[in-house]
Design a binder for this molecule. Structure first.
Ligand SMILES: C[S@@+](CC[C@H](N)C(=O)[O-])C[C@H]1O[C@@H](n2cnc3c(N)ncnc32)[C@H](O)[C@@H]1O
Length: 325
């Protein structure tokens, strides 16, 4: 039997249709903005992987080491028969859990869910090779719209939402996504949610301003995506990356700052936009959490915090949560 299946719920056309609507709305708002999901074309996904390897970018290595130290206990606690991973990306950290599951009776099925088909295909190819008894049922979709399309559970389920990707969403979006995730959880099932924690500003800002300039390149890539998808003529060299911590909102904000006054035309939207150096395009938020704010967020969505894992320096948190009956 074939061990790999891929369901595509967001077709290329679907994605282009949405990007048109979203870009029009974002670039004609008083504070111009773009949605972070549009970072992730093939190049964007590769750049994100490179970010995770930068010395200043502590979240990936800290979360991975936290997963390593907790995986065994976690598997004994949950005994999953499948893992559904939202925003699975390269599934790099998932391997820690797959290895722990192998020592705990094995895991029959893995369901990676991502907006990028190329990243699911390449990570699934590698995983099928590394885990010869694992079946993979990939889902290409937008986790804010297509969670009901997750295939029916094949046994006790552990839903993974790692990398503090939840921090990229607004508060109302975080709540509504967690409410949707709750619907994926039956009795005994769990959600493992990775959250980046509030810490000193220097460490936070350094992580989003790496010396090698990879995060800057990732940020600028969203303009390349729009040029390609909507026939726009953004000149990337005319924009500068900016990432800073906003205390009041407890988040890192990424912006693109025009270097000079300029006019950009977006052919497919029949739209011309003026940029001045004082106005930025807000491209991403990365909210930071505490154990308390994570617990409240879960509670508001009808979930409850079952267990909290953190590293000795309190850099990153993993919340294990269950659905409240
Ligand atoms: C910050 S990366 C995290 C990747 C990986 N989970 C990790 O922890 O390293 C975010 C991932 O979520 C995916 N993603 C972003 N927005 C999404 C959306 N709305 N629906 C589905 N996937 C999305 C991206 O393609 C990317 O692979």
């Amino acid at each position: 039997m074939d061990r790999f299946r891929l369901d595509v719920h967001a077709s290329e056309q679907d994605i282009v249709g949405n990007i048109a609507e979203d870009v029009r709305k974002g670039l004609t708002s008083a504070q111009k903005y773009l949605l972070p999901k549009y970072f992730y074309d093939e190049l964007g996904s590769q750049l994100f992987e490179q970010i995770t390897e930068q010395p200043e970018y502590y979240p990936t290595r800290t979360e991975r080491s936290l997963l390593s130290s907790s995986a065994r206990e976690l598997m004994e606690r949950v005994h999953p028969r499948e893992m559904v991973e939202l925003g699975s990306g390269s599934s790099y950290k998932t391997r820690v859990l797959l290895d722990a599951a192998s020592q705990n009776g094995g895991l029959p099925r893995y369901v990676p869910f991502d907006v990028s088909p190329s990243i699911i295909e390449s990570s699934a190819a590698a995983l099928l090779n590394e885990y010869p008894t694992l079946d993979i049922h990939g889902v290409v979709g937008d986790f804010e719209r297509h969670l009901p399309e997750v295939p029916p559970a094949g046994g006790r389920r552990l839903v993974l939402f790692l990398g503090s990707t939840i921090g990229n969403l607004r508060l109302d979006e975080r709540r509504s996504l967690l409410q949707q995730i709750k619907l994926l959880l039956d009795t005994g099932d769990r959600l493992l949610l990775g959250v980046d924690l509030v810490k000193d500003v220097a460490t936070l800002e350094a992580a989003y301003n790496d010396e090698a300039g990879v995060t800057a390149e990732f940020n600028l890539n969203v303009l390349r995506v729009i040029n390609k998808a909507l026939g726009a003529d953004f000149r990337l060299e005319e924009f500068r990356h900016n990432a800073h911590y906003n205390h009041d909102e407890a988040r890192i904000e990424m912006h693109l700052m025009p270097r000079s006054h300029q006019t950009v035309s977006i052919k497919d939207l029949d739209l011309t936009i003026e940029f001045t150096p004082e106005e930025t395009i807000h491209t991403e938020n990365s909210h930071k959490f505490t154990r308390e704010t994570t617990g409240s967020l879960l509670e508001e969505a009808g979930l409850c915090l079952d267990h909290w894992y953190t590293d000795p320096d309190n850099m990153f948190g993993l919340a294990l949560a269950a659905a409240r009956p």
